[in-house]
Design a protein around this ligand. Structure first.
Ligand SMILES: Cc1cc2nc3c(=O)[nH]c(=O)nc-3n(C[C@H](O)[C@H](O)[C@H](O)COP(=O)(O)OP(=O)(O)OC[C@H]3O[C@@H](n4cnc5c(N)ncnc54)[C@H](O)[C@@H]3O)c2cc1C
Length: 279
């Protein structure tokens, strides 16, 4: 249990990346009782690293520390004013117990395709700070994931901070479709933003990783007219590759994603409105 970041990084280097960082433990502890032997590892308990606990607002960014929990952001009125989709996402993670232990950094490092925190942060163009013995590097969150549970972060690196630029956001929306309003893993998630950087459309549970939907973003930037959910079908087909799993089917995912997109965007885009297509 290191008490400084320097100490934590030396342990990771010394153990050649074999030590497993543990923050809130809400992902790591899930399979603990069943697969106990697998868990006989060295754990690097980050909870003593006070320097990584707080989040703060600088002139041009929100900086989320490695130990900032979902609940820290729910409780921050500034977040509700400026980046409500972070609060909306945090409020859907598990229930209050999980929100008050689970961290945003842990949500990123766990690399689940259904990660709700990642969904919102990616739509806000978050940048992830990775620290290791060789120094600090920054990776855009939308470039971090390489495939299912695979990322550009090395095992000897820690996520120390997430930086979210403060921009004028004309539109923000977070939609999580699940079986119920709490303690439900996302079947289809969408986070949409519009700023002077353009449209961002990010989907979860629709591909091996949380993923930006660049074909849909281009349709919006070019104001391509859409007269019903079906108008998004081709772009959805090029952006994501949903699968059938225990939560639902690929067909359901594609069709609900099209409907959610249509209903969210028709509120704000005059070129998206109901025509002949069923809504
Ligand atoms: C009942 C329940 C419900 C849940 N519901 C949801 C939900 O609705 N939506 C959702 O998105 N998630 C959900 N989760 C998953 C989990 O709560 C989140 O992913 C959470 O953000 C994980 O954060 P943590 O701090 O607990 O991570 P931990 O469990 O401590 O760690 C998770 C992973 O990240 C690594 N890690 C942690 N911190 C760092 C760091 N700073 N640098 C490098 N690696 C690090 C760990 O080694 C581990 O691989 C749920 C979990 C439970 C148990």
């Amino acid at each position: 249990m290191p008490t400084t970041l320097g100490e934590a990084l030396s342990v990771l280097e010394e153990l050649k990346g074999d030590a497993v960082p543990i923050a809130g433990g809400t992902d790591l502890m899930v399979s603990w009782p069943e697969r106990f032997i697998e868990h006989e590892r060295t754990y690097l308990d980050l909870s003593g690293l006070d320097e990584l606990r707080a989040h703060r607002w600088t002139e041009d960014a929100l900086e989320i520390g490695a130990l900032t929990t979902f609940w820290d952001i729910v409780r921050d009125p500034q977040a509700a004013r400026e980046m409500p989709i972070l609060v909306d996402a945090a409020r859907t993670v598990g229930a209050v117990q999980i929100q008050s232990r689970g961290t945003w950094a842990g949500n990123i490092a766990n690399a689940s395709p259904a990660a709700d925190g990642v969904l919102s942060m990616m739509a806000l163009d978050a940048v992830v700070e990775l620290a290791g013995a060789e120094g600090v590097e920054e990776v855009h969150l939308d470039e971090l994931y390489l495939g299912y549970k695979q990322m550009r972060k090395r095992a000897d690196q820690l996520i120390t901070r997430v930086r979210i630029p403060r921009r004028t956001l004309e539109f923000q929306s977070f939609v999580k479709v699940g079986s119920r309003r709490a303690q439900a893993i996302t079947k289809i998630g969408l986070a949409i933003t519009r700023s002077d950087a353009g449209w961002r459309v990010v989907a979860s549970s629709m591909a091996p990783t949380v993923k930006r939907c660049c074909a849909i973003e281009r349709m919006l930037d070019d104001r391509v007219p859409v007269d019903g959910p079906g108008g998004f079908a081709a772009a959805i087909g090029s952006d994501v590759s949903p699968i059938d799993d225990i939560r639902t089917t690929a067909v359901y995912r594609e069709s609900v994603m099209a409907r959610v997109l249509f209903h969210e965007l028709a509120r704000v885009c005059p070129w998206i409105c109901a025509g002949g297509d069923s809504v």
